[in-house]
Ligand binder design. Structure first.
Ligand code: PAF
Length: 286
């Protein structure tokens, strides 16, 4: 049997017309927004959408609005040809690949901003980042009109922020957050892993090891967040190339600080390995 053909759509008008027609016919639309350079994490989202929905739309758009002036927008990895092949294999039906100009035409003035929960964790080191994310995701939701939007748990704060935006702005879709996909050593899949040199790739495993350390401590009965963070710091500091941005233990739903571990706690960290900033996290249910 031949696999169904995947279509690459560059025009916002065209994808909008298409999804509107599909919805009129009662089709359920799953949507996977990405910035491309697809890896197994993205594919797990596409595959889930394929299982749960009639049609899967994936967007590939490196969103300039979510990069700071000193960040890696220009050198962010891009490989459309390979992405198209990978997405097709995962069963994606439509790829939306708009230009910057289409997404942000001259005179563009409107932004979507979720307050408070965007100021902590990654938001503290990357001011404006989440405003860029919510703006583009809100636009993409408006363009595609999906029934379900799929996101990865790797960007834990992003997932919390998007859920809040959808709730606060009464957006008519469901958000599903799927587990982190890891390489064999435990490194969380990320398009930015490609920046890591060979030794740095080894060093980067320290993020996952620190999370495992935290999990073991909680298993053995430790509930004091500060003590857990101290041990995680000690471990990470043993790696010369590692520089900690933050390690925090927060409520998994609203990102508020948790001094004692209880309920659903999110242990999140951001660590530079050399020049590459990596994030990882773990949710513990106590
Ligand atoms: O997670 C990402 O890749 C991006 O932040 C997203 C959700 C595609 C918005 O640009």
């Amino acid at each position: 049997m031949h696999a169904k053909k995947m279509r690459l759509i560059r025009s916002i008008k065209e994808i909008r017309k298409l999804t509107a027609t599909l919805k009129q016919r009662g089709k359920r639309i799953g949507f996977v927004p990405t910035m491309g350079y697809l890896h197994a994490g993205h594919l797990s989202l596409a595959r889930r959408s394929k299982q749960e929905c009639d049609v899967t739309v994936m967007s590939i758009f490196v969103n300039p609005l979510q990069f700071g002036p000193k960040e890696d927008f220009k050198k962010y990895p891009r490989d459309l040809k390979k992405d198209l092949k990978t997405a097709k294999e995962a069963g994606v039906d439509y790829i939306l690949f708009p230009t910057d100009k289409q997404m942000y035409p001259q005179g563009y003035l409107t932004e979507v901003c979720v307050d408070k929960i965007t100021k902590t964790l990654c938001g503290a080191a990357r001011p404006g980042h989440f405003k860029g994310v919510t703006t583009v995701v809100a636009k993409l939701f408006n363009i595609v009109g999906p029934d379900i939007g799929y996101f990865g748990q790797k960007d834990a704060q992003q997932a919390v922020v998007i859920k809040r935006m959808v709730r606060d702005l009464n957006m008519p879709l469901k958000i599903k957050v799927l587990p982190i996909v890891r390489e064999s050593g435990g490194l969380a899949m990320s398009s930015r892993n490609r920046y890591l040199e060979r030794q740095e790739r080894q060093d980067a495993l320290i993020l996952y090891r620190a999370l495992q350390k935290a999990r073991d401590m909680v298993k053995r009965g430790e509930r004091n967040s500060r003590r857990i963070i101290v041990e995680m710091r000690k471990l990470i500091k043993k790696v010369d190339s590692a520089k900690i941005d933050y390690i925090r233990i927060v409520d998994a739903k609203d990102l508020s600080e948790k001094k004692k571990i209880s309920g659903r706690a999110l242990i999140a960290l951001a660590v530079f390995i050399g020049k590459v900033r990596l994030i990882d996290n773990l949710i513990l249910k106590v």
